[in-house]
Design a protein around this ligand. Structure first.
Ligand SMILES: C[S@@+](CC[C@H](N)C(=O)[O-])C[C@H]1O[C@@H](n2cnc3c(N)ncnc32)[C@H](O)[C@@H]1O
Length: 354
């Protein structure tokens, strides 16, 4: 006999309020993405109050729609609204997150990712049914662009300034001239940031996705570092060294054979070489991730990271693999030294040595 659970109407109301907040936020993220594409935030980045007519004129957009967009932004607290003057103002702190492309606080890449995964919604539903996964190249191209834009501010602000110094002697080694491989390099942003900072070193970026490798080559040429950075289309298991340093930036957990990738990296290390593994911040226990970043991380992991790994028969580590599991797999790949070198609000960085 089944029993009907008692319904606590207050709990129901509280939950519905949360769900409506989520739906409003999800819709509003798409509006933020639209505002970014149309240059609406950039046109308000001087933090001067504007009317919808002025903003529409500045951005060559439709006033009625801009007014509705501004109203949504005001309700969400993204812009301020003065009812007396009917003017809207983007506070300077919000401009740093929404309008300044080179700001370390830029959040638009995260919003781009939300818009990007909606493009592939039918494929994602299908993947749940078939379990066949979705290789990285199978994703909509806007996923690649969103990935680059969401990681770029962190790499530019932290990689050379904080992350490299967290490994003893690494800054000096790269300054003197080292040979570096960046595995799963994507658009090569981290590779290029390192190449700019360490002109005496040489860098090879590897990725199995040909169009990402093309984008990485173009980016290196644009940044004027193509003399010391090359990019190759290759699976992580195929790299050959010797390298003084091998990096994985937010890519290892996506791989179908993470132990094989770590194994190949170990084999490709030269004397005194090290692997730097940069992963999204994650915890061993699910209940330690009960915060907005954990929620976002599990969402991206469900839609992109796990499908990518299982597409090749992999374990589907996901973006929230946790330190214990990561350490176990690196030990399985023959590393004897593995330490958490750094924790940031968004990432964990591990140093592994044979
Ligand atoms: C989340 S993206 C990160 C890209 C880049 N490292 C960054 O930080 O911007 C993951 C990358 O791993 C690559 N990747 C996944 N599996 C791979 C494999 N088996 N071999 C090489 N690259 C792989 C994907 O093509 C993708 O470019």
């Amino acid at each position: 006999m089944t029993t009907t659970p008692q319904i606590d109407s207050q709990a129901l109301e509280a939950f519905l309020a949360q769900a409506v907040t989520d739906a409003a936020a999800a819709m509003s993220v798409l509006l933020s993405h639209i505002g970014d594409r149309l240059g609406l935030y950039r046109a308000m980045s001087d933090s001067e109050p504007v009317t919808s007519a002025e903003l529409a004129r500045r951005t060559d957009t439709n006033e009625r729609l801009v007014h509705e967009w501004l109203s949504n932004q005001a309700v969400g607290g993204y812009v301020n609204f003065d009812p007396e003057t009917e003017r809207f103002r983007l506070p300077p702190e919000h401009a740093l997150a929404l309008a300044e492309e080179n700001s370390p606080a830029l959040i638009q890449g995260m919003f781009d990712m939300v818009a990007a995964v909606y493009q592939d919604i039918d494929k994602e539903v299908g993947v749940f049914r078939t379990g066949a996964g979705l290789t990285w190249p199978d994703n909509h191209h806007s996923v690649f662009e969103a990935t680059e834009r969401s990681f770029r501010p962190g790499y530019r602000a932290n990689l050379v300034q904080q992350w490299i110094p967290a490994v003893a002697g690494l800054h000096a080694k790269l300054t003197a001239g080292a040979h570096v491989a960046d595995v799963g390099c994507g658009y090569g942003t981290a590779t290029t940031v390192l190449a700019e900072a360490y002109p005496a070193s040489t860098f090879v970026g590897y990725d199995y996705h040909a169009s990402s490798v093309d984008a990485a080559r173009e980016s290196a040429a644009r940044q004027g570092v193509a003399d010391r950075v090359t990019f190759e289309v290759a699976d992580a298991s195929e790299i050959t060294g010797p390298y003084d340093l091998i990096t994985f930036f937010d890519a290892w957990h996506d791989m179908s054979d993470p132990v094989g990738a770590a194994w190949a990296a170990r084999e490709a290390l030269g004397p005194d070489g090290a692997v730097l593994l940069i992963e999204p911040l994650s915890h061993d226990r699910l209940e330690d991730s009960f915060d907005p970043l954990g929620r976002f991380g599990y969402a991206v992991s469900t839609l992109i990271c796990v499908p990518c790994s299982i597409s090749g028969g992999g374990p589907g580590l996901g973006a929230q693999a946790g330190e214990t599991r990561t350490r176990e797999l690196f030990t399985e790949a023959g590393f004897t030294r593995f330490r958490r070198a750094l924790e940031t609000p968004l990432n964990l960085m591990y140093e592994a040595r044979p």
